[in-house]
Write a protein that binds this ligand. Structure first.
Ligand SMILES: [Zn+2]
Length: 388
């Protein structure tokens, strides 16, 4: 049984221990010590990282009370080694784990629901609750949770007897056996937990809900606490300020300025489309009656434009109409045929022009990597009138 030093003092960063085992495996070396400060992955909290006797600790797991450290290099069995945990990482996990407890405690207390899933990811923390939380309630719940920070509520850890535990109201994900570890944050939360926590809620700094979505009939909340919340605020503040600068409005008004910009853009697209279609109609009118096959070269046309224009030309009585528009190294095209041989043209353009695309016998669309001259020669050879 490994002595768990992180339960004696969650703030200790250095320790010495004796190497009991060291075996090589696929991930590196598996090291067992007589005691450790390295918290093993568990209860939703990721493992600590750091160094042990000068080698790197990459992962830590616990099984049957034995804690195994995965290291990148071997350690001598029997040696006394110094260990140091990555404190920045651990404190971040403590801030976020304690913050999660408070928010879960506040929400479960209000709705009588359960926290049925907890994950501390690299980017954010997620908690799954088995009830639908109205979005309008989130700001209030967030503030209630932050009240624990503002009042610097103390975090208590205790190991109650079976009798005490029976009388205690606490949150737990599963039926617990053996000695139960209870973590409470003032009156805000009381929960069975094996993780490491801050001593005072003030150390958490901030609890921020950054996302909420319906999840398995309940709600999944995404949150950030402590330094992560500050970094996220900084990033989003910079984004808002930069967007505001570009739009010549204060950062907090960037969203409404973007909405106005999008409305303007939609209006311009509409005007542009009207002009384009007017132009297509005029162009189509210029084509002589009785032209059987016609190809039009355009620029910057999308597939909707090309189809519309090819269709207009078809309505003039043509049998086959093609519209090509310059697109990167080659051309995008639409080819319509009342003779149901559109695919033949696409097939024949495969070899010389690397034609990609397809469609139905009366309509194909795709791309070719050819220049205008080559395409002209090809289609003139097929009896097409070329227009630009
Ligand atoms: Zn916990």
């Amino acid at each position: 049984m490994t002595e768990k030093l992180y339960y004696q003092d969650a703030y200790a960063t250095k320790f010495t221990a004796k190497v009991l085992e060291c075996t090589e495996d696929k991930q590196g070396y598996k090291v067992v010590l007589d005691r450790t400060l390295f918290y093993p992955e568990g209860g939703g909290q990721p493992a600590d990282m750091g160094t042990l006797g000068g080698v790197n600790v990459l992962d830590v797991h616990e099984k049957n009370d034995i804690i195994t450290h995965t290291t990148d290099k071997p350690l001598e069995v029997g040696a006394e080694v110094e260990g140091e945990i990555d404190w920045e990482r651990r404190f971040d996990l403590m801030q976020n784990h304690s913050g999660e407890h408070i928010l879960s405690g506040v929400i479960c207390g209000k709705y009588g629901c359960d926290n049925v899933g907890f994950h501390m990811g690299k980017e954010s923390i997620t908690i799954d609750l088995n009830t639908k939380i109205p979005e309008a309630e989130l700001p209030w719940l967030e503030e209630k949770a932050n009240e624990a920070i503002w009042t610097n509520a103390p975090v208590g850890i205790r190991y109650p007897s079976k009798e005490e535990l029976d009388k205690l109201e606490y949150r737990s994900k599963k039926e617990l056996e053996g000695q139960v570890r209870i973590v409470n944050v003032g009156e805000y939360d009381c929960c069975a937990c094996c993780g490491t926590h801050v001593k005072l809620a003030g150390e958490i700094g901030q609890i921020k809900i950054i996302g909420a979505q319906n999840y398995k009939g309940g709600t999944r909340l995404e949150l950030l606490c402590g330094k992560r919340a500050l970094q996220d605020y900084r990033k989003k503040n910079n984004v808002a300020n930069e967007a505001g600068r570009l739009l010549s409005v204060p950062g907090v008004k960037a969203d409404s300025a973007v909405k106005n910009l999008l409305a303007e853009r939609d209006e311009l697209i509409q005007i542009l489309n009207q002009l384009k279609w007017k132009y297509f109609t005029q162009k189509a009118e210029q084509v002589a009656e009785g032209t059987e096959n016609i190809l039009f070269f355009g620029d910057g046309l999308n597939s909707k434009d090309m189809t519309h224009f090819a269709d207009l030309l078809l309505k003039k009585g043509a049998k086959r109409t093609a519209v090509f528009s310059k697109n990167g190294e080659g051309f995008a095209f639409v080819l319509l045929s009342t003779e149901k041989d559109a695919r033949t043209f696409a097939d024949e353009m495969k070899e010389p022009f690397g034609c990609k695309g397809g469609g139905k016998p009366d309509a194909v669309q795709g791309r070719v990597t050819a220049d205008k001259k080559e395409l002209k020669v090809f289609f003139e050879g097929k009896g097409f009138l070329i227009e630009e």
